[in-house]
Design a protein around this ligand. Structure first.
Ligand SMILES: Nc1ncnc2c1ncn2[C@@H]1O[C@H](COP(=O)(O)OP(=O)(O)OP(=O)(O)O)[C@@H](O)[C@H]1O
Ligand SMILES: [Mg+2]
Length: 323
């Protein structure tokens, strides 16, 4: 197949027709000067809309994150449309940073982002390869470059998600190999023909320091997306969603007690937003199981799905508060 000249985005016909979950993304026909294009009629747009709708309904809160994800999707959709009219432009740079406290949904949104980028033909697979410092930095001289290159190769065609990215930068140690990783990443990210989206993730303050100390990197990351801590009300909604998705339900009293539990838990050290909610629910399940086994009677479906106040009250936080 001849490669059309001056291709902007998608970069090549191979990328454009790469399999999408087993199906080929239709090769868009080139349109004439007077043609009009209905963005919503694009098959890729339908896929993206599906993912965005799921993002809205399955993830509580995160209004500004959802808005930014939509913006990025729009950017790619319009780029696709321009491409169909033969309008060339450089491929949009989509390296990102996700900053937010623990358990605010950074990893979860990265997976959804990969699905969207893939649906719009920007990456070849809806895949996220997650790494931390230890996956990139070698212990001895000469070990770092091959490790980093291997991680990049594994992520190629998808998203390289660098969790707690600031650990790559240790200014107190002049000879730290982390700097070598940053340089390799820079080269890779500069590469217009690159086959990779890099997402740097971590807690906000440290990420700010990391980017200001590495301006070269910062300037290659046009999309900074901030994840706020959840409000108490959002955490309760997250709990309801998690419980329902596991085929459980709180009885009325249990729900109230769980809400009280969250109020206490939010004030404690190492509170991790939605992750703390998930962990607390796991512990409720454990207590429910213990309670049910202790009943020594036949169990019905209602017994098995219901989490009671007793299952929540078992938390040591309540005991601590009483003493
Ligand atoms: N907005 C949300 N609505 C519902 N569930 C959520 C939401 N955000 C996160 N979760 C759930 O909370 C858990 C933690 O989320 P995730 O791992 O994405 O957070 P994170 O920001 O990557 O955390 P960390 O900083 O610790 O890596 C997951 O089980 C995820 O499904
Ligand atoms: Mg994470």
């Amino acid at each position: 197949m001849d490669k059309p000249k001056g291709f902007g985005f998608p970069r090549s016909p191979e990328v454009a027709s790469a399999p999408v979950d087993g199906e080929a993304l239709p090769e868009p026909e080139t349109l004439g000067e007077d043609a009009e294009l209905d963005l919503s009629a694009d098959e890729a747009a339908a896929r993206v809309e599906e993912t965005l709708t799921a993002l809205d309904s399955e993830l509580i809160g995160l209004a500004s994150v959802k808005r930014r994800v939509r913006e990025i999707a729009s950017l790619l959709q319009v780029d696709r449309a321009r491409h169909q009219f033969g309008l060339t432009a450089s491929r949009p740079t989509l390296h990102m940073s996700f900053t937010g406290g623990p358990g605010t949904g950074k990893t979860t949104v990265a997976l959804r982002m990969a699905t969207i980028l893939h649906a719009l033909g920007y990456i070849r697979a809806p895949r996220v390869h997650t790494v931390t410092r230890d996956d990139l930095v070698g212990q001895f001289i000469g070990h770092t470059a091959p490790k980093t290159k291997e991680a990049i190769a594994r992520a190629a065609g998808g998203v390289l998600f660098i969790d707690e990215a600031y650990y790559l930068f240790r200014p107190e140690n002049e000879r730290d190999y982390g700097q070598e990783v940053i340089e390799i990443l820079l080269t890779e990210m500069e590469n217009e023909r690159g086959d990779l989206v890099v997402i740097f993730a971590g807690y906000p303050d440290r990420m700010a320091t990391f980017f200001s100390a590495n301006p070269g990197l910062s300037s290659r990351v046009p999309h900074h997306i901030e994840f706020d801590d959840f409000t108490h009300e959002e955490l309760v909604q997250i709990a309801d969603l998690m419980v329902a998705s596991e085929n459980f339900r709180f009885d009325e009293q249990a729900r109230e007690v769980f809400s009280e539990y969250l109020t206490l838990r939010m004030q404690r050290p190492r509170f991790s937003n939605a992750r703390s909610v998930r962990n607390a629910i796991e512990r409720c399940r454990l207590r429910q199981a213990r309670r049910l086994v202790g009943l020594h009677r036949p169990l019905g479906k209602q017994d098995l799905v219901t989490l009671t106040a007793e299952d929540v009250y078992g938390s040591s936080l309540f005991a601590e508060n009483q003493s």
